[in-house]
Design a protein around this ligand. Structure first.
Ligand code: HEM
Length: 402
């Protein structure tokens, strides 16, 4: 198949025709070295393999023997980055040790305790929006909600929310190594350093002033030698970014999709019992994380007749797998009653999203309150703008009338 330009405006606005071609071909797609900018220090340069078919992405997510998450294995030693040491980029037993430290803070039961707080923030944001005629749903709702929640869970004071949002943006854009350029890489490195220093300061602050938040939980794990200092700081950064970047996209794309499908929106208004399945369908239809993070093959690997050598980078295109007709009937149809809906938007296996209960809860409360309090919500005349990274798909702006 012809080479794909993942940074073209056509792809960013509508990646699905390209995904369909990838699904029809069936083979993993090899990004040739000249499509990558090799500033990340990955030593193998023969390419990055991208899997699209649902079955193949499942294999990638579940395979333990031949595929590793330990990306530092493939980096030049001087290029190993703090982020490589997070749970996202580790295999067991290190991955298990790190995930065990925070696992209990993200269970369904623990997240249910946050519901009153989430509802209070949602209602305040809706009230603010309802006082204006035209608002940008991303700036005025989708962004502040998940930031406020994860920041409070971590222990970040409200006065610093904007600062940490700007750092997170720079860090997150650097994950997009398919189209990474040296300037973005440098911005990511600087933002990581600044964020690290900031959290070092906050950790010190909470050492003196204990409280009930994730930083204090991590301090306890540090005192029990379950986690070291740099693991503690990078864990906070992963939770911060994981905790809002994708949820912003879910809220923004979810609302746009409802507004583009008025008959489904009406059905949801009449039958709010479809709220949970609507959110699953939003996650499938416009997956906030369009592809998985990278993995490395540790042995030669065969898939669909293709040979992938040991040491290569591999990733799954979740946005394509979630529209694979072999798994989903009428995959391009947005159907809030779809059942079953075994989408892969939260990944699968040991690295499956830690924050899925939190994201689902925020979305459920947000859309329930929007339905109840903004019955006339509609698109403004200005067109929404999609964000331009190949890993995150979401809206930069979504002008609406309340
Ligand atoms: C709609 C919202 C979200 C989506 C679509 C999403 C998606 C994902 C996906 C696909 C993965 C697996 C990546 C891979 O295997 O390469 C993942 C991992 C992760 N997510 Fe989420 N996420 C969301 C919200 C959250 C939230 C709210 C948090 C809260 C802290 C969070 C924290 C994490 C963490 C820590 C991991 C790494 C887990 C591990 O490696 O064991 N995510 N997420």
């Amino acid at each position: 198949m012809n080479s794909i330009n993942f940074s073209s405006p056509e792809f960013i606005n509508d990646p699905y025709p390209t995904y369909q071609l990838l699904l029809e071909t069936g083979e993993p797609y090899l990004l040739s070295p000249n499509q990558q900018v090799n500033t990340s220090g990955i030593m193998k340069t023969s390419g990055i393999w991208l899997f699209s078919r649902y079955e193949d992405v499942m294999t990638l997510l579940k395979e333990k023997e031949t595929i590793s998450k330990q990306i530092s294995l493939a980096r030049a030693p001087e290029k190993i980055r703090a982020f490589d040491l997070t749970l996202l980029n580790q295999d067991p037993p290190t991955h298990t040790r790190l995930r065990d430290v925070i696992r209990n803070s993200f269970t369904a039961k623990k997240i249910a305790e946050l519901e009153p707080k989430i509802k209070q923030i949602v209602q305040q944001l809706i009230l603010n929006m309802s006082k204006q005629t035209e608002v940008d749903f991303i700036t005025d709702f989708a962004r502040p909600l998940p930031i406020a929640i994860i920041a409070e869970m971590i222990g970040i004071p409200p006065s610093d929310h904007n600062k940490i949002y700007l750092w997170s943006k720079k860090i997150a854009s650097g994950f997009d190594s398919v189209v990474l350029n040296p300037e973005i890489y440098q911005q990511q490195t600087n933002a990581l350093e600044e964020t690290n220093d900031y959290f070092d300061y906050l950790v010190h602050h909470y050492r003196q002033n204990p409280s009930d938040n994730l930083i204090c939980l991590l301090l306890k794990a540090f005192d029990n030698s379950e986690i070291d200092h740099s693991e503690m700081l990078t864990m906070i950064i992963v939770l911060l970014i994981g905790g809002h970047e994708t949820t912003i996209q879910l809220l923004g794309s979810g609302l746009l999709t409802l507004l583009h499908h008025p008959e489904q929106f009406e059905l949801l208004k009449k039958q709010p019992e479809y709220m949970a399945s609507s959110i699953e369908e939003m996650l499938r239809f416009e997956s906030p994380l369009q592809r998985t993070t990278f993995r490395i093959t540790t042995q030669d690997f065969e898939i669909n007749g293709k040979h992938i050598a040991a040491g290569e980078q591999v990733a799954g295109i979740l946005g394509a797998a979630n529209r694979d007709p072999s798994q989903f009937s009428e995959p391009h149809k947005f159907d809030i009653t779809r059942s079953p809906n075994a989408h892969l938007a939260f990944g699968l296996g040991i690295h499956a999203c830690l924050g899925s209960f939190l994201a689902r809860t925020e979305a459920r409360i947000a859309f329930s309150e929007i339905l109840a309090n903004l019955p006339n919500i509609r698109l403004a005349s200005q067109a929404p703008q999609w964000n331009c990274t190949t890993i995150f798909r979401g809206l930069q702006s979504l002008p609406i009338l309340c």
